[in-house]
Design a protein around this ligand. Structure first.
Ligand code: NAD
Ligand code: UDP
Length: 395
């Protein structure tokens, strides 16, 4: 398998060791799966939790068992982190050459209610990772967010302005769009602001100290193992991201709650499509270094209301249960999230840079059902949600 693999320039890909921080989360679990199933690479998986990658760690007879090691540690306060990044005292087939940092608090319900934890997690805790990479000459792939763009320029135009239809006022481009956040009292932006400052720091480390880096800005990646079902495999008071919120409502036969009328728009991308792009970044450093990449599907846009309607239809089809007579209800953001919430109005990624650098038309076609919510139907099927409740996580 290893010898047949070539990069985008036709060069053979050598097996490497990757230290993946936050490997036990939604994106990390899919990335680990991909690396184990399709590549010869070795992974040091770092996280405080391992439930979502348990199927990759046990039993020891798994074909990749010698290529993945789990290290349970909290990067906030564990001196082993530097050793892992430097690869001190480890018996590895190949040196650690890349660090992927996914660790973060990244659920919007936390941004305005736990702003300190959000800022510490997304900014302060990332600092040693960046420092160790820079000092030890390790390449860093850092996960930022599309949220660094904040609001679109277009949302400040009058509602009936024809300019709102002009892509120049809403398409989000890495090298030209401004980052527009609300006032400080809108603590929703604590996350975006922390992520933005980390991006600037990484960029500066690249410019001044030669750090090799790639920054990833995911645009609403969705799929199995995303977040948790409140009260089942997560805190009962917890509020996950929208896909898990709506799945929870459907399972409990409650109306889906549309925050401020569900008018916000999002482009969704199926996790396995997005992971393809990340693997290209890992295996093509010369094309990905020094770059900031949007990763999303500009052709997959829906309003949150449309998402609710689609998920309700799919759920009703697969569960054979009729929809509720009132399938959705409106709720104010203050009631749902509390003081200080604010929202991104619209998120359409410009995919020019990633397509140019990674050499193919990535993720551009809309997928099947209606507006193209890629394979979400299988995710929200009754059996998946029921299994999640029984076993703990979506599989
Ligand atoms: P996730 O919450 O599922 O995964 C994050 C993982 O990091 C968790 O397993 C968590 O336990 C771990 N972690 C957090 N703090 C840690 C610490 N101090 N020490 C060790 N481990 C720690 O989130 P995700 O959806 O997989 O997102 C991963 C990254 O991508 C985040 O940086 C997030 O901001 C970014 N992102 C994701 C999306 C998306 O669409 N899923 C969108 C924008 C940005
Ligand atoms: N949202 C909603 N109902 C819910 C959960 C979320 O209407 O039960 C909305 C939320 O206000 C936002 C969108 O769905 O406009 C996406 O929210 P998510 O938490 O997935 O993260 P975001 O895309 O804002 O980072």
């Amino acid at each position: 398998m290893a010898s047949a693999r070539v990069d985008l320039d036709g060069n053979p890909i050598k097996p490497i060791t990757i230290c993946m921080i936050g490997a036990g989360g939604f994106i990390g679990s899919h990335l680990c799966e991909k690396l184990m199933a399709e590549t010869p690479h070795q992974v040091l998986a770092v996280d405080v939790y391992s439930d979502k990658i348990k199927h990759l760690l046990e039993p020891s007879s798994l074909p990749w068992a010698d290529r993945i090691q789990f290290h349970r540690l909290n990067i906030k306060n564990d001196s082993r982190l530097e050793g892992l990044i430097r690869m001190a005292d480890l018996d590895l087939a190949s040196p650690v050459v890349q660090i992927i940092n996914l660790a973060a608090i990244c659920t919007p319900a936390d941004y305005n209610t736990r702003p300190l934890d959000t800022i510490y997690s997304n900014f302060i805790d990332a600092l040693p990772v960046i420092k160790y990479c820079s000092e030890n000459g390790k390449r860093l792939i850092h996960f930022s967010t599309c949220e660094v763009y904040g609001k679109t320029i277009g949302c400040f135009l009058p509602k009936d302005s024809p300019l709102r239809q002009d892509p120049a006022y809403y398409v989000l481009s890495e090298d030209s769009s401004p980052c527009i956040f609300g006032p400080i009292e809108k603590q929703r932006w604590s996350y975006a602001c922390a992520k933005q400052l980390v991006e600037r720091l990484i960029y500066a480390e690249g410019a001044e100290n030669g750090l090799e880096f790639t920054i990833v800005r995911p645009f609403n990646w969705i799929g199995p193992r995303m977040d948790f079902i409140p009260g089942i495999d997560g805190p009962s008071e917890g509020v996950p991201r929208v896909l898990a919120c709506f799945s929870n409502n459907l399972l409990r036969r409650e109306p889906l709650k549309l925050v401020d009328g569900g008018e916000s728009q999002r482009t969704f991308v199926y996790i396995k499509d997005a992971i393809e792009a990340v693997l290209l970044m890992i295996e093509n450093p010369s094309r990905a270094n020094g770059q900031i990449f949007n990763v999303g599907n500009p052709n997959n846009e829906v309003t949150v209301r449309q998402l609710a309607e689609m998920m309700t239809q799919v759920y009703s089809k697969v569960s054979k249960e009729p929809s509720l007579s009132t399938p959705t209800i409106d709720i104010s953001s203050k009631e749902f999230y509390g003081e200080g919430y604010d929202d991104s109005d619209k998120r359409i990624p410009d995919m020019t840079i990633i397509n140019r650098q990674l050499g193919r038309e990535l993720l551009l076609e809309p997928k099947d059902i209606a507006l193209g919510l890629a394979r979400v139907d299988s995710y929200i099927s009754t059996s998946n949600i029921r299994r999640s409740c029984k076993e703990g996580y979506f599989k």
